[in-house]
Structure formats: structure tokens, C-alpha cells
Design a protein around this ligand. Structure first.
Ligand SMILES: O=C(NCCCOCn1ccc2cnccc21)c1cc(-c2ccc(F)cc2)cc(O)c1O
Ligand SMILES: [Mg+2]
Length: 214
């Protein structure tokens, strides 16, 4: 019996999507969350912007902060060439469990490492424990008050290089005002705002792209 919304989303995907077909996984999560139960996936409108930024960055090492059910992990990884590494950090073990099953069903689990824990603990481990040199692309989609401190932590840990792309969800709703002020005014990033809509709603939201100047 599916007790949680996340388990119901997983169940819908397992029943209705095509195993090994990432697009059908994406389409079915969007179908369930627009018709039955709203949930905080980046969604299709912002997802198309995410796709375009990923394609133009052509990244080899990617970090995602906030896995949730794995929707954006599937969206990003379906576009990546073989041999790239995708790390995604999830705080909530129940979300991580659902995400792993959805990523596996999509056929992308070999590219993905789901790291369970807090960004504050995991980011400082990336170089030594996970053999990361620098990150080409970071998708920021976790607690909105951690966007700024975690971006500063990425800098402090020397995980960003000239041209590293930091793409942040929800900079309008729920909003990340201190993050926006920081990346736009600290002088270390070239920023672009992409107006869009909150997933499955008519409310305005936006993504912010901040390219590290090195
Ligand atoms: O809250 C949101 N996301 C964050 C989840 C927890 O993240 C916690 N978390 C995940 C890894 C991780 C690692 N370390 C610490 C905390 C860590 C979020 C919320 C909304 C939203 C919009 C309108 C509403 F009326 C209500 C909610 C929309 C979104 O797109 C979101 O992404
Ligand atoms: Mg979000």
C-alpha cells in the first residue's frame, strides 16, 4: 500500500512508464503531478530550460543538490554522454530510496551516485572520498536558505573552475533572495535569469544561471 506521495509517484511510474526510457519516466511523473498530486519536481517548463543549459554546457562532472524523486536526475542524465559522473545529494532517506528506484527504472543508475546526507557534510568530501577534481555543472534545488552558504562552500572547497555553471531552481518561488544578491553582486559570477513558471502551476518562477569566473 503506498503510504507516501513519493511512493505513489514511484508506483505510477513503474506501472505506466517504459523501463529504460527516460523520457517516458519524465512524462509520467509530470502527468501524475499535474493531474493527481502536486509535487516539487522541477517540472517540464523549467525542465526544458534545464535541458538547454545542460546541452550547451556539455558537462562531464555534475553535482545536484536535492534529489527528491529523481526527476531532474533523469532529466539531466538522459542528455549526458557515456562515462560522465553525476552526483546527487539527498537529505531524506525515504526520498533517496524512491529516487534510486526511479533512476534505475529509467536505465540511468550506472551514471548516478545518490549521496545520502547533508550538503554541509558531503560537499567537503567530494574531492578526497569521491575523487572529484572540479565540477562542470551544479544544479541547486534543495533548501532555499542553503543555496548561498553551499555555493560559498563549493568555492571554499575549490570545486568550481573558470566556466563552472551553477544553475538554481526556485529563485522566485519559494525564492532564494540572499543567493541571488550574492551571485549577482560578489563579482565572481556571470549571471543570467530565466523566467518561467512554478512546476504544475501558473505562478511565476525562474532559474538563475551563475557561471563562475575562476
Ligand atoms: O523545498 C523545495 N525543495 C527542497 C526540498 C528539501 O531539500 C532538502 N535537502 C535536499 C538535499 C539536501 C542536502 N542537505 C541539506 C538539505 C537538503 C521546493 C519547494 C517548492 C515549493 C514551491 C511552492 C510551494 F507552495 C511549496 C513548495 C518548489 C520547489 O521546486 C522546491 O525545490
Ligand atoms: Mg525546486
Amino acid at each position: 500500500l503506498c503510504q507516501t506521495k513519493e511512493q505513489r509517484i514511484l508506483d505510477f511510474v513503474l506501472k505506466n512508464a517504459v523501463r529504460g526510457d527516460p523520457q517516458s519516466v519524465i512524462d509520467n511523473i509530470d502527468k501524475y503531478c499535474s493531474q493527481r498530486e502536486w509535487s516539487m519536481n522541477v517540472g517540464n517548463e523549467k525542465g526544458i530550460i534545464l535541458d538547454n543549459v545542460v546541452k550547451e554546457s556539455n558537462p562531464s562532472t555534475i553535482l545536484e543538490l536535492g534529489t527528491y524523486c529523481g526527476y531532474s536526475a533523469v532529466r539531466i542524465c538522459r542528455l549526458l554522454k557515456p562515462g560522465v559522473r553525476f552526483f546527487t545529494v539527498e537529505f531524506n532517506p525515504a526520498y533517496a530510496a524512491v529516487a534510486k528506484q526511479i533512476i534505475e527504472f529509467a536505465g540511468l543508475i550506472d551514471k548516478v551516485q545518490v549521496l545520502e546526507g547533508s550538503t554541509g557534510d558531503i560537499i567537503p568530501q567530494l574531492k578526497k572520498k569521491y575523487e572529484v577534481d572540479t565540477l562542470d555543472f551544479v544544479f541547486v534545488d534543495h533548501w532555499k536558505d542553503k543555496y548561498k552558504p553551499d555555493t560559498q562552500l563549493l568555492e571554499k572547497c575549490n570545486l568550481l573552475r573558470k566556466g563552472s555553471v551553477v544553475l538554481a531552481d526556485n529563485v522566485i518561488v519559494p525564492g532564494a533572495p540572499d543567493f541571488l544578491e550574492y551571485v549577482r553582486n560578489c563579482g565572481k559570477y556571470d549571471c543570467t535569469n530565466f523566467p518561467s513558471f512554478l512546476e504544475y502551476m501558473d505562478e511565476k518562477d525562474a532559474l538563475e544561471k551563475a557561471v563562475f569566473r575562476g
